[in-house]
Design a protein around this ligand. Sequence first.
Ligand SMILES: [Zn+2]
Length: 295
Amino acid sequence: MVLGTASQVPTRHRNHNGYLLRWDGEGILFDPGEGTQRQMLRAGVAAHDLNRVCVTHFHGDHSLGLAGVIQRINLDRVPHEITAHYPRSGQRFFDRLRYATAYRETVGITEAPVAADGPLARTGGYTLEARKLSHPVESYGYRIVEPDGRRMLPERLAAHGIKGPDVGRLQREGSLDGVSLEDVSEVRRGQRFAFVMDTRLCDGVYALADGCDMLVIESTFLDEDEELAVEHGHLTAGQAARVARDAGVRHLVLTHFSQRYTDPDEFERQARAAGYEGELTVAHDLLRVPVPKRR
Ligand SMILES: [Zn+2]
C-alpha cells in the first residue's frame, strides 16, 4: 500500500513518503514521512495493523511521520509489541521523534537500530535484512526473504502410490518406504521483497534487489538529471530500472519523485527504455500494489 510518493516536500498530489507492506498477516511500515498518520486513515490502515516500522534514514521525508504514528499507536493502545528499525547513527533523531511532545505511553516499542549489513529479525514467515546504501546521511535499505519451501507434486505422489495421511507423514519425516521428499516434490521458492530508498548506485542496491518478486525503489530524478542524482545521492528512473532488469525483479515499483517533474509517464518511458521488461508501477498516493504470486 502506497501512502505517499513525494521526495523532500509534499505536493498537492503527493504526500511525503510512506509505504505499508502486508506480509503474512504482519504490517510493516516503511519510511513514514510527514502526514503518514492521515494517509493511513485514507488508506484504511489502522495503528493496530502495524507490527514493525523500518526507517531507511533520518531525512524528514522518511521519518517526520514517526512522531504522529508512534503517538497514534499509543493512543489506540495497540495490544502487541511494535519493533522499530532505523540507522543507529540517527538514534538522537529517533529519540526526539518518539518523544516529540507529551503523551501517555501504553505500548511497548522495541528499538532495534541497524549498525551493519545483515539479518535483523527472523520470524516464522521471513527474515528481515538490511544493507547499507550511499546517501549524504547514513541510509539502510531493507529486504524481506521468505525461506524456500517444497511444493508436493500430485502425479509423482500417485506414481509412488502415496496418498492420504502418508503425504503428511512423508512431509514431516522426509522419507517414507524408500521414497524421499525430493522424489515427490519440487522447491517452492520463497518470496522476496526489497525497499530501497535514497541512495546512489552501490553494492547494497544490487544486493537488496537480487531476485526480488517486488522491488520498491526510489527514482527521484529522470535520466537527463543524472548528475544531480549522483551529487545528491539519488537514482534516476533508468538507473533503478537497470538494477531491476539485472536483478531479475518481477515487479518494479518506482517512487519518491522530485517535485520538479510534472509527467509521471516519463518515469515509465525511461524505465522501459532502460530495458526493464517485468511488471512496472509508477507509484501514486493511496495505490495498492499486490506482491506477485509465488512462482
Ligand atoms: Zn528522501
